[in-house]
Design a protein around this ligand. Structure first.
Ligand code: ZN
Length: 279
C-alpha cells in the first residue's frame, strides 16, 4: 500500500485504497465503501447441487462406429452415463439431469441450453474416440479452449462433425462459429480453473482405475462445451476404432468401472467447492 496503517488507541485504520484496490481484486463488487462504512454482500453459495450429464450423439447420429463389433458410440455413451447418474444420485445425493436418456437426436446447442436452463453446477459430456489408425488407444479428458495440439484438433473436428452432418450443413456451422463462440468464450473464461480441475481429477481416476493409456488432459474447442455457463468437460472414454478397446467399451463390467472412476472427479470437485465462499 502507498499509505501506512494508522493506530489510534485500540483502533487500527486502513487507507481506503485497501478497500478500493486490494479487497476489490479478491471480492469484486461484493465489497463497497459507502462514506466511511464498509459493506460486504452476503456470500454466494457455491456448492455443487445439480449436474447435467450429456451422453454424446444419439438417434440418427451414431457417433463413431467400431470396426470389429460395429458398436455405436452413442450406445456406449448412454450406458456409462446411466451408471454414472446412479452413483451421483445414490452416493452424493445430487440432482442429475440428462440431455437424453434414450436413443434420440439432440442438437449440440440444445444440450448446453438445457444445462443453462436447469442452472446446472457442472456439465459432463461423455464420448468415445475414433481414429483412422486402429492402434490408437487410451483416455482423454477435455475442457473448452482453442485447440492446441494437432491431435486435439483432430478430436475437435470429429466431435464437431455432428453440426455439419446432422444440423443443417455449413450455414449451421457458421451460426455456431461467430457469435456463439464470442459469447461462450466469455462465459467459460471464468470457469476455466474449475473445468481444468474437474478434467484433471476425472482423467487421473480413470487412468488409475482402468489401467488404460493416459493421453492426458487437453484443451479443445468443442461446440457442445461452448455456451455452458458452468465448469464443463468432455471425456473420451477410449477408442471405439481400436478392436481391443471396442471390446472393452461394450462390456458392462468395464462400463461400470468407467462410471465408477469418472464419478471420483465430480465427487472431489463437490468436496472442494461445497462451502459458502465469496466470489
Ligand atoms: Zn463423440
Amino acid at each position: 500500500m502507498h499509505y501506512p496503517m494508522v493506530r489510534k488507541g485500540a483502533k487500527l485504520f486502513l487507507p481506503s485504497v485497501f478497500v478500493t484496490e486490494h479487497l476489490r481484486v479478491h471480492f469484486g463488487k461484493a465489497v463497497e465503501l459507502k462514506g466511511k462504512a464498509l459493506t460486504i454482500d452476503k456470500p454466494r453459495d457455491n456448492s455443487v447441487m445439480t449436474i447435467v450429464l450429456d451422453p454424446g450423439h444419439g438417434g440418427k447420429d451414431p457417433g463413431a462406429v467400431g470396426r470389429k463389433l460395429k458398436a455405436n458410440e452413442k450406445d456406449v455413451n448412454l450406458a456409462v452415463t446411466l451408471l454414472l447418474k446412479q452413483l451421483l444420485e445414490k452416493e452424493l445425493g445430487l440432482k442429475v439431469l440428462l440431455t437424453r436418456s434414450d436413443d434420440r437426436f439432440v442438437s449440440l446447442q440444445d444440450r448446453t441450453r438445457f444445462a443453462n436452463d436447469k442452472k446446472a453446477d457442472l456439465f459432463i459430456s461423455l464420448h468415445t474416440n475414433a481414429s483412422k489408425n486402429t492402434a490408437s488407444k487410451g483416455l482423454e479428458t477435455y475442457y473448452l479452449a482453442t485447440a492446441q495440439s494437432s491431435d486435439a484438433r483432430a478430436v475437435e473436428a470429429l466431435e464437431n462433425q455432428v453440426v455439419e452432418l446432422f444440423e443443417g450443413g455449413s450455414s449451421a456451422k457458421s451460426k455456431y462459429d461467430d457469435l456463439s463462440f464470442i459469447l461462450s468464450d466469455l462465459s467459460q473464461a471464468e470457469h476455466l480453473e474449475g473445468s481444468n480441475m474437474l478434467a484433471t481429477s476425472v482423467q487421473q481416476n480413470m487412468v488409475a482405475g482402468t489401467k488404460s493409456m493416459d493421453r492426458g488432459v487437453k484443451q479443445a474447442n468443442f461446440y457442445v462445451l461452448r455456451g455452458a455457463f458452468m465448469p464443463s468437460i468432455l471425456i473420451e472414454m477410449g477408442f471405439i476404432s481400436n478392436p481391443e478397446e471396442e471390446q472393452l467399451l461394450v462390456n458392462p463390467e468395464y462400463q461400470e468401472r468407467l462410471a465408477r472412476t469418472i464419478f471420483e472427479g465430480p465427487k472431489r470437485f463437490k468436496y472442494r467447492y461445497d462451502r459458502i465462499r465469496n466470489t
